[in-house]
Design a protein around this ligand. Structure first.
Ligand SMILES: [Zn+2]
Ligand SMILES: [Zn+2]
Ligand SMILES: [Zn+2]
Length: 306
């Protein structure tokens, strides 16, 4: 017999077990790191920006990388293999059911591909992990050790990317690389647009000044739901004595100027912050100004549902 007491027990247990909550199986992007290639603290930095970070792991910033997660299929992908690859892969595959389906590379600067080293025989001894690369990036990996050994031993399986050519990841997700201007010593540099069932996200961790690009960044931000953009430096104060126009990144203050009238600016999140960038400190004036202007700085473990 059900009395009032047992009915309320059932109601409470249904609530606690989450039966009443709709399950959100939509794919999402997770931020795995927000720092520039060298991370923070930064090798050899004894300045104030890194002083507290050496002895306090909680304050450290991992190198910029994104995870793409599809909970409905348990598939995960990574964009960029950073020097923090091991912990970032762990974040992505903590759910034991997840299958690691591959890595998409943006370019051959050390913060963006050297994590591949963990796939080799000294560490994971991985088998045919798909690594998606543009033509020059592919040649760079194929012709130079130790990367060529990953290919020779079939630890990785290089998949070809082409500018503005969509790759269908599964029924729910697709990803499209697009070339951006950057210091291209060893490879071309790309950003990525990721499309899910309902939303899209654009990721541009490294780019020269916006005006050097043939595309209009205002249009890109307007046509995507979320934009994670190069926020390497906040302003010229981080680089005393240098000419602002010669620094090959858009300063955050410049991006806020360029994107100031874009309706969707609240969905712009700066990423790839240098150790000197005051916006790494969430109590800084820089963060306050960014928020007051309607923009954001990406946070580790932040999710963007697609
Ligand atoms: Zn970089
Ligand atoms: Zn520093
Ligand atoms: Zn770079």
């Amino acid at each position: 017999m059900l009395n009032k007491y047992s009915i309320s027990l059932i109601v409470i247990s249904v609530f606690l077990t989450g039966w009443t909550l709709p399950k959100n199986d939509n794919p999402y992007i997770i931020v795995l790191g927000i720092a520039q290639d060298g991370g923070a603290p930064h090798a050899a930095c004894t300045k104030e920006c890194c002083a507290n970070k050496w002895n306090n792991p909680q304050l450290r910033n991992k190198v910029s990388s994104l995870g793409i997660v599809d909970p409905s299929t348990n598939e995960v992908w990574m964009i960029d293999a950073t020097p923090d690859f091991s912990s970032q892969l762990n974040t992505l595959t903590m759910n034991q059911k997840s299958t690691f389906k591959g890595v998409f590379l943006t370019h051959a600067h050390i913060g963006h591909y050297t994590g591949l080293i963990h796939l080799g025989r000294e560490v994971m001894g991985a088998k045919q992990i798909p690594v998606y690369a543009m033509p020059k990036m592919k040649r760079f990996l194929s012709e130079n050790g130790p990367w060529s050994q990953l290919i020779g031993l079939n630890n990785i399986d290089i998949k070809n990317l082409q500018d503005n050519t969509k790759i269908q990841l599964n029924d729910n997700l697709s990803i499209t690389p697009f070339i951006v201007p950057h210091r291209d010593e060893f490879s071309e540099t790309v950003g990525y647009e990721i499309n899910g069932p309902n939303r899209s996200l654009v990721f541009i961790p490294d780019i020269d000044k916006w005006e050097k690009w043939s595309e209009n960044i205002e249009d890109i931000v307007s046509s995507n739901d979320f934009s994670l953009l190069d926020g390497t430096f906040y302003d010229i104060d981080e680089l005393p004595g240098r000419d602002m126009s010669k620094i090959p990144h858009p300063f955050i203050v410049e991006s806020m100027e360029v994107l100031g009238d874009v309706d969707s600016k609240s969905r712009v999140h700066f990423i790839h912050l240098n150790h000197t960038n005051p916006a790494l400190d969430r109590y800084s004036n820089a963060i306050k100004t960014i928020k007051d202007n309607g923009f954001n700085v990406a946070k580790r473990n932040q999710k963007f549902h697609l």
